[in-house]
Each structure stands twice: as C-alpha cells, then as structure tokens.
Design a protein around this ligand. Structure first.
Ligand SMILES: Nc1nc2c(ncn2[C@@H]2O[C@H](COP(=O)(O)OP(=O)(O)OP(=O)(O)O)[C@@H](O)[C@H]2O)c(=O)[nH]1
Ligand SMILES: [Mg+2]
Length: 374
C-alpha cells in the first residue's frame, strides 16, 4: 500500500513539474552582438558562392533620359519656387539698389549662408559700379561666384567614388554611410551598389542598421537586384560586429567595395554618435586605413539644419564627403553651397529620385546650371 502511495506521489510531482516547466517563458531571443571574429562567419564566407564580378545590366529607365536631364527635372521645383524668381526681380534693364536688396532676400530664402550672402552682395555692388549688370550678366556673375566657392573643394573627391578602378593589391575600398533618420542612406547605397556593379566591381554590403528588420529587408531587395553580396545579422545585433563581419567577408573574397549601411540617428544623440565612432574604429582591426570614405547623407529639404548635422557628424567621425539626396523635392538647394564652403567637404553624389538612375556624381557646373536655368 505504502509503495502505491509513493508511486502516486512521484507521479503527481512529475505532472506538477511538467506543467510548471511548460509554463516557463521560452528563452529570450539572443539579441546581443555576434562577436567579431565569429568562427562561423568564416565558414559562411568560405561556403558562400564567390562574389559576382561580371557587370550587371542596369534596368533601363522607362524613358531614356540623361542624368543632366534628370537633374534639371529634379531641380525644377527649386527653379520655380526660388532661383527662377531672380529674373523677375529686375525692374529695369540693369541692376539697381532695390533689386540688390531683393536678391539678398531671395538668396537667404534659398538657404545660402549669411556670410556667403554678405560677401556675394558686396561683390555684386562692386561689380555693378564697374559695369551696370544686366539680368544676363548678373546670372553669369552669380554662377561664377557660387562655382568658385565650391570648385576647389569639389576637386578633393576621391576619383574611386566616380569610376571603378581595380586595386592592384586587391584591396577592398570601405565606404561607411551615415546620416539622420530617413535621409536616404539605404536607398543611396542601393543605387551606388547598382552603379558599381554595373561597372564590373564586386560589392559587399553590410546591413549595420540592425534596429529594424524592415531596414535590412529593404537593403536586401537592392542588393539582390544589383547582384551585391549582403552580410546581415539578427535584429538587434551589435552594428559594429556586423560592420566587422561584412569587411572580413569582403576582404576574404577580395571584393572591390564594402559599403556599410548604418542606422539613422540624430546628430544630437551623444550615445548613438559614440556608437558610430565605435563602428568606425572596429574596422581598423582589419584594415588600418578603413573606412576609406565616410559619407554623410543629407536630405536637401533639411535646409539650414543640414549644416548643424554635418558639423556634428564631421566632429565625431571625420567625414570625407557628402551625398545630397531628394534634390527633386527641395525648393532651396542652396544649403549645398553653404555646407561645402563652410565644412570644406565635397559632395560626392547627388540624388534626384528613387530609382537607381537617379543617383550620379555631383558636378558643380551641371548643378548650378540646372539651378539657375542656364
Ligand atoms: N524623391 C526622392 N526620394 C528619395 C531619394 N532618396 C531616398 N528617397 C526616399 O526617401 C525615403 C527614405 O529613404 P531611406 O533610404 O530608407 O532612408 P534612410 O536614411 O536609410 O532611413 P533610415 O534608415 O530610417 O534612417 C524612401 O522612401 C526613399 O525612397 C531621392 O533622391 N529622391
Ligand atoms: Mg536605412
């Protein structure tokens, strides 16, 4: 009888234990960073198919138009709402005092910095005394003035960002892309990867924006289309670890480029900016010179705040250049001049739409001509 009670007792305890264990919450998903040097990554890299190097055919745009045309089209709003109004300010055949004042106001509204406007107006007055400026000669004067402000800095752009040249030592060029939320980083990387692949470069993209699964998926679509290899990790993984892994994969496969997409962040959030600095520094363990390019993506609509953003990102990371996006939606477009001049940082690329063909290298002459309707 006693042994029967013991058996029943043991059974009851077993059932209770089973129920309690069953109710225990399942193990949390590990969101911690994959450690750098993850041995399994090496396996993934070894097992992966070799990175594609044959050029991909970029889908032709529905209507074949050159980038210069796209730029003109994109900046048409700027022209209509701001820059094109310059012509209407001339009350007579030549420039008078009142018109100069109106021009000054217009330039402010176009987001040209205060110091630059002051300098420009002073020069206009001087020039106007020497020879009365007409609408046409004023436009040429303005074009030359703005061009002279930008040109010396624009010449500093690394030509590797423009045309792909195979590195003789088989070195991977590392491009880190940063910026505030929604500036256009991921889209720009997708366009850039497409452009580089079309030139026959092999590209590895690191999805370091691990905050949102959707961000990684968005990048994956671009990479699949471009034929670029993407290194991704679990949502919540340490962004520095993903960047490291992506570069390791790129180096192992002698990829020409390794482009790192980072999560958007406000330039005022110190901890997030520090995290970005960490992501940059960890790359140096693999290549002391990496990242070779740190590009800040700026939404052209941002206006004057863009300068503050650029200053902060530059202070934390030491930027090498800028990318201006959404120039098709902005009516200002003058902040490009201000930032280039004040931070002495060149604009590498300009975006005027959402498709791959809407990104191209930034050319001062074309930009200013499109803006001024010349
Ligand atoms: N019109 C226009 N839209 C653009 C351009 N570049 C990007 N976009 C759009 O802007 C939106 C945000 O772009 P993303 O590339 O996701 O921006 P992001 O900086 O990666 O955003 P976060 O990762 O959230 O910080 C998307 O809807 C893009 O299609 C451009 O040059 N012109
Ligand atoms: Mg993004």
């Amino acid at each position: 009888m006693d042994s029967l009670y013991i058996v029943i007792g043991v059974l009851v305890i077993a059932v209770i234990a089973f129920l309690v264990l069953k109710k225990k919450p399942s193990k949390p998903v590990i969101t911690k960073a994959p450690e750098a040097h993850r041995p399994e990554l090496q396996e993934i890299v070894k097992a992966a198919e070799p990175i594609k190097t044959e050029p991909v055919k970029v889908e032709p745009a529905k209507k074949e138009i050159s980038f210069t045309e796209r730029l003109k089209l994109g900046l048409s709003r700027s022209r209509q709402e701001v820059w094109g109004k310059l012509s209407g300010l001339f009350s007579g055949p030549t420039l008078d005092e009142e018109t100069i004042e109106s021009i000054e106001e217009l330039l402010y509204s176009a987001d040209i910095g205060t110091a630059t406007v002051a300098e420009l107006i002073e020069e206009v007055k001087k020039k106007n005394k020497e020879e009365r400026l007409t609408e046409e000669s004023f436009k040429t004067f303005l074009f030359d003035f703005l061009k002279n402000k930008m040109k010396p800095i624009q010449e500093k752009v690394d030509s590797d960002l423009y045309t792909f040249k195979k590195s003789e030592e088989g070195k991977t060029k590392v491009i880190m892309v940063v910026g505030v939320n929604g500036a256009g980083k991921t889209t720009t990387i997708g366009k850039l990867a497409t452009k580089l692949r079309a030139q026959g470069a092999s590209v590895v993209v690191g999805a370091c924006d691990t905050f949102r699964a959707a961000a990684v998926d968005q990048l994956q679509v671009w990479c699949d289309r471009a034929g670029a290899t993407m290194i991704r990790a679990k949502e919540g993984a340490n962004p520095s670890g993903v960047g490291y892994d992506a570069l390791q994969a790129a180096i192992n496969q002698k990829a020409d480029y390794c482009i790192l997409d980072t999560a958007g962040r406000l330039h005022t959030k110190e901890n997030l900016m520090d995290e970005l600095a960490k992501s940059k520094n960890v790359l140096k363990k693999l290549d002391a010179e990496a990242p070779h390019q740190i590009l800040l993506v700026i939404d052209a609509i941002t206006g004057q705040n863009a300068l503050r953003q650029a200053e902060e990102f530059h202070k934390t990371l030491g930027l090498t250049g800028l990318i201006f996006t959404k120039c098709d939606g902005s009516s200002k477009a003058g902040s490009a001049v201000t930032i280039v001049e004040q931070l002495k940082l060149p604009i590498a690329y300009i975006g005027v739409g959402e498709s791959a063909e809407d990104l191209d290298i930034f050319k001062v002459d074309d930009y200013l001509r499109a803006l001024l309707g010349m």
